[in-house]
Ligand binder design. Structure first.
Ligand code: ADP
Ligand code: SF4
Length: 674
């Protein structure tokens, strides 16, 4: 299909200093969990982005010196010449599709843990090493600052030799150059501290040094947090953020601007911020510079993208998560297939991957992170050699993904769902506060299945073993999901309890009456207990949130949501009771025990809601086994987990059907040397 002319503006080339981006789609730096340890995985991932039409593709943070070591997290390094060849693979993979390769040179200052290198951290002042307590970062003297400028210059030269087109000066996310900029972290009394002109000095010198080193052929970009969201004591878009841009307006070749304070602010989940949420903080930048400006905001709608350009908010459409959920987003708009964009749902499972030190994963895109490891491509899949019949039972995330992927492979697919609507757990979970975008997991799959003549959909069709036998499919795939458990068994409390009066989230969604005071018991630690607490508090219930962990929804630390969530619960009047395990439910009360001492207490309780874990729905599987009918279980009915895991499980099954199930490749030595 030809492209809609409304979107032509997105495909205009844009000059960035000495280089030209082929279009306005700009994949800003984002972590992959691969880093220097897994260069081939990183190169393949970035190559797919370029293939999908992102005109600029940037790496994740790339350390310029061993005093900036983020171990155990995955980060790139340009510490010596041996780092050049592995990174050249990434630049080559991006260039293979005509895109520009950007590299985010990084020094974490007091935020670098240096657990591997065991060097003391460096900072404008003596400062606690935030991620490596009880260590302290030492104050940089003038000789240190001179050395630091040399590290940036040397890394820039190596980046140029590796083939990068855009080299970053990274002054965001509370890292070293930003620590110099902010009054909150710079208390120096010399030429690099005090008034803003002095605090900006290092950033100015870094830009000048980098330009002098590589500016003849490489664009020099500055990534700056223009608002650290700490109010007037920090950098704000109305205050010093604006002044910094005014002072340096024409110095870099590109401004990449965002908000900081913590990484979580910049990549807030949909639960806590809508699409385009940074605009109010960054929109002023373009009026102060003639240089191109890029920012982010989880943009997935081409019309909103066009509006960003036309309204003069930015010159590029900056994206990290939308490019993870759909590496081919630009190509789809280019080819008039914008309806096929697999929209990011803003769940931040991708952030959790890096925070856990594993390769990138995505709820919407099961191939993300698997490009090199398993050879999966988001848009291409091998046709299955025979047109066999497959019956998929259950229309949640796993069943929909299996039906779609088997359909793409050319099988004759029937998808049967007991309920009137497809979506499974999403039909319930997307009704929770802030989670409406999660329905995109269903909507995109339903839409794409609708394009396949070989996939038939059967809603309101509860299948028993006899129905399945009668249907006579060659492949029977069970995606029948899971149910919340009623016995109180969870992460911490592994002994079953008798709790006949308790409700589960399934009961609450089904409309079981809830009377206060409500005790929500979390021994699962992901989103459900926190979201239910928020929902029930909004309905006017007195809510007590009891958790065996120290924090509410503690696993969401990894999705960078926890601090937002806990603040929201406190503000909503939810009473949080950490580090307590449920031991019994009596009349109008529950009994709780301290997880350390076992000391018991009673808490008044009208309704107890158990969020402790889920059990797979295996009854149908058992019935089929009794009849000797072979079936494969996928998703939650195999092992209840995140939606991301259910989609991945289904995709893996469908992609590997008829193929050998080999272990994923692991990185050993680089395949290319310079
Ligand atoms: P997953 O996350 O693994 O996709 P879900 O719980 O979201 O799991 O979805 C499971 C779906 O399977 C639900 O929509 C449920 O109605 C459906 N289902 C369960 N048992 C049957 C059955 N016997 N026949 C048809 N559909 C079923
Ligand atoms: Fe978006 Fe979630 Fe995928 Fe991250 S994991 S890119 S937030 S859909």
């Amino acid at each position: 299909m030809p492209r809609d002319p409304r979107y032509d503006i997105l495909f205009e080339p844009v000059r960035i200093g000495p280089v030209t981006a082929p279009n306005r789609f700009y994949q800003t730096a984002h972590a992959t969990g691969f880093g220097w340890q897994r260069p081939q995985s990183g190169a393949a991932l970035r190559g797919v982005k370029a293939e999908g039409g992102w005109g600029v593709v940037c790496t994740e943070y790339c350390s310029i010196h061993p005093s900036s070591d983020d171990s155990p997290y995955a980060f790139l390094t340009l510490w010596d010449d041996d780092d050049i060849a592995p990174l050249a693979q990434t630049a080559d993979a991006i260039h293979a599709h005509g895109s520009l390769a950007g590299i985010e040179l990084w020094h974490g200052g007091a935020h670098a843990s240096n657990r591997m290198t065991r060097l003391p951290g460096v900072a404008p002042d003596v400062q606690p090493a935030l991620y490596h307590l009880p260590a302290t970062a030492r104050a940089m003297d003038l000789a240190d600052i001179r050395a630091f400028r040399g590290w940036q210059r040397d890394a820039a030269l190596r980046a140029k030799r590796a083939g990068f087109d855009i080299v970053y000066v990274y002054a965001g996310h509370d890292y070293l150059p930003f620590q110099f900029l902010s009054r909150r972290t710079n208390h120096r009394g010399d030429a690099y501290g005090g008034p803003l002109e002095n605090r900006v000095r290092l950033l100015r010198e870094m830009i000048e040094d980098t330009k002098e080193a590589v500016g003849d052929t490489c664009a020099v970009a500055v990534r700056l947090a223009v608002d650290e969201l700490h109010g007037p004591e920090g950098i704000t878009s109305e205050g010093e953020g604006r002044e910094i841009i005014e002072m340096l307006a024409e110095l870099p070749d590109l401004w990449d601007v965002n908000v900081a304070g913590a990484l979580g602010n910049d990549s807030r989940s949909a639960r806590f911020s809508p699409e385009g949420f940074q605009e109010e903080n960054v929109a002023f930048v373009k009026s102060l510079t003639t240089k191109p400006v890029v920012s982010v905001g989880r943009f997935t709608s081409p019309d909103r993208m066009v509006a960003q350009i036309k309204r003069g908010v930015q010159d590029f459409i900056g994206a990290a998560r939308p490019s993870i959920a759909d590496p081919f987003l630009p190509a789809k708009i280019r080819d008039g297939r914008e309806d096929e964009i697999r929209e990011c749902i803003g769940c931040n499972i991708c952030r959790a991957a890096n925070n856990e030190g594993v390769g990138l994963r995505c709820t919407q895109n099961p191939t993300m992170g698997e490009e090199w490891r398993r050879g999966w491509h988001p848009e291409r899949i091998a046709v299955y050699p025979r047109r066999e019949k497959a019956l998929v039972i259950g229309g949640g995330p796993a069943g929909l993904e299996a039906a779609l992927t088997l359909g793409r492979r050319g099988l004759e697919v029937a998808l049967a769902e007991a309920g009137d609507a497809f979506g499974g757990r999403l039909l319930r979970e997307a009704t929770l506060p802030g989670l409406a975008t999660w329905m995109r997991v269903r909507d995109w799959r339903l839409h794409m299945i609708g394009k396949l003549p070989n996939v038939e959909m059967f809603p309101a069709s509860r299948m028993g073993a006899a129905d399945i036998a009668e249907f006579g499919a060659y492949h029977v795939v069970l995606a029948t999901g899971s149910g919340w458990r009623r016995d109180g068994v969870g992460v911490y409390a592994i002994r079953p309890l008798s709790l006949p009066e308790a409700l589960t989230p399934d009961d609450v969604f089904a409309g079981s009456p809830v009377t206060g005071p409500v005790v929500i018991y979390d021994d699962e630690h992901y989103f459900m207990a926190g979201a239910l607490a928020e929902k029930l508090a909004a309905q006017g219930h007195e809510v007590h949130y009891v958790t065996t962990a120290a924090l509410a929804s503690s696993w969401t630390v990894l999705t960078n949501e926890q601090d937002f969530l806990q603040a929201r619960l406190i503000t909503a009047g939810v009473a949080i009771h950490p580090l307590k395990a449920l031991t019994a439910q009596g009349k109008d009360e529950v009994r709780l025990a301290c997880v350390y001492t076992g000391r018991e207490e009673a808490m008044p309780c009208g309704t107890l809601v158990l969020c402790t874990g889920r059990l797979p729905e295996t009854a149908l599987s058992g019935d089929l086994a009794a009849r000797g009918i072979a079936a494969v279980r996928i998703g939650d009915c195999l092992a209840p987990s995140s939606i991301a895991d259910a989609v991945h499980s289904a995709h893996r099954y469908a992609r590997l059907l008829g193929e050998p199930d080999l272990p994923p490749r692991r990185e050993r030595a680089p395949e290319r040397s310079l």
